[in-house]
Design a protein around this ligand. Sequence first.
Ligand SMILES: O=C1C[C@@](O)(C(=O)O)C[C@@H](O)[C@@H]1O
Length: 252
Amino acid sequence: MSRIVEIRGIRVGEGVPKICVSLTGRTKEELREEAELLLRTTDLDFAEWRVDFFENADSAEAVLEQLAELRNLLGDIPLIFTFRSAREGGQRELTTEAYTRLNREAAASGHADVIDIELFTGDEVVRELTAEVKRLDAVSIVSNHDFDATPAQAELVSRLRRARELGADIPKIAVMPRNPGDVLTLLAATYEVSSEQQGPIITMSMDKTGVVSRIAGGTFGSALTFGAAKNVSAPGQLAVAELKGILNALYA
Ligand SMILES: O=C1C[C@@](O)(C(=O)O)C[C@@H](O)[C@@H]1O
């Protein structure tokens, strides 16, 4: 089984950690402006559409129409489709049924390269959704976010492994540190799971204390990190040009 996940020619889990920038626009116009900004930014590898910020996020039809427009605007930039639930730090909540349907339709559209699926949606839902995403030739990130604390290393490891067991191509976890020791816990969990060589993972410790994990995470096995172009989509993200320079200095 390949340990690398290749998306539009970009090999996640190999070489310099990849950089993703989130689109957080609330309107079509804001999203167009953000997409045009990304096209002028040579420092990123992936774009993520944070659908939960979109004013019409509760309309599957409007979301799919906007997704097609973003695909057209972004050209060959790989696109991650992410609806972040309010309980995991996002802007709004959908029912499990609506969330599942939206992600399934986004994968079926062919316009999203990657679908972010939240681990806590439920094991069977996640298992079915990752299988559907795979059938539709898309890639699945199975993610978990704790905006209040950092669980123990064993719990972080367990969640990353469970994401993989449920079909994730790329498990992901983002946690909030209450002290520098929590950042070490996140990095230790990253190293423990990446050392199992089952494929790429993405991890980060958020906010100012956790910034070092967005830079040094690659040393411990995190394959991708998030940077900001116009707006951050989570606390602690660095400006993408600054992040690119640091990653190249560390890993190129
Ligand atoms: O899951 C993640 C990671 C993230 O929360 C971060 O901390 O950079 C930013 C989110 O937009 C993304 O979906």
